[in-house]
Design a protein around this ligand. Sequence first.
Ligand code: FE2
Length: 287
Amino acid sequence: MKPEVFGFFDEATNTITYVVRDPSSAKCAVVDSVLDFDYASGRTDTRSADVVIEFIQEKGFEVEWLLESHVHADHLSAAPYIQEKTGGKIGIGQKITEVQDTFGKVFNEGTEFQRDGSQFDRLFGEGDSFHIGQLRGDVMHTPGHTPACLTYVIGDAAFVGDTMFMPDFGTARCDFPGGSAEMLYQSIQRILALPDETRVFVGHDYKAPGREEFAWETTVAEQKAFNVHVGAGKPAEDFIAMREERDSTLAMPRLIIPSLQVNMRGGQMPPAEDNGKTYLKVPVDGL
Ligand SMILES: [Fe+2]
């Protein structure tokens, strides 16, 4: 089965949100949505999410799932906002509990912050499946960038989140807590073992040097042959050495502090304080 896939590119965070539709019905899923956030003013905006919602409503699609590939560190998820407007269930990897545990500590969240994944409607593990109308989705646990990363294989399309990016750009960083270059290599080998013609949709694009346009769709065959970090049978040791060296030079994503606090809660803000207002914390020297 070949789902219809529509990509929406967010320039502010280089994120691609996907609408994945069952061609035999109006059912669809939304993968990795974005809530706009201006750090300087602390203001959220739903402009990007509204584009996706309007698209879904104009087409008459019905949302069954709001899928998160992982707890993003570079943008806030709009899953609960979209869910409010369109319905659907929010799903993420079951290892989210590890991520909640780690960052619950980093942000000194009290006992009211549940670290059992209960903020989400469904926790997916390796080998789980789900349906979008007649389309079947299969879940692969593909850790490395984070411990909870998933790849959703829906029909002939794989939504790989932050594992591999476009072949000319390579792979995702592995230096966040719980990340591991060795694990990412193993996860990527499993993705590359999918059929060659599998369409691969990446979670971000940053335009590799020399490329004019943003891009987000490739295939397993292209990744296997040309991915600059793992293609052409690159051995694990070479990949791990390259990844660790490169990661040591990377700055933290601009929105990591607000993103983690919101996304580990399934896209919800922390509870309001006694003045009715909502705050996000900055851990000083804590990350
Ligand atoms: Fe990420």
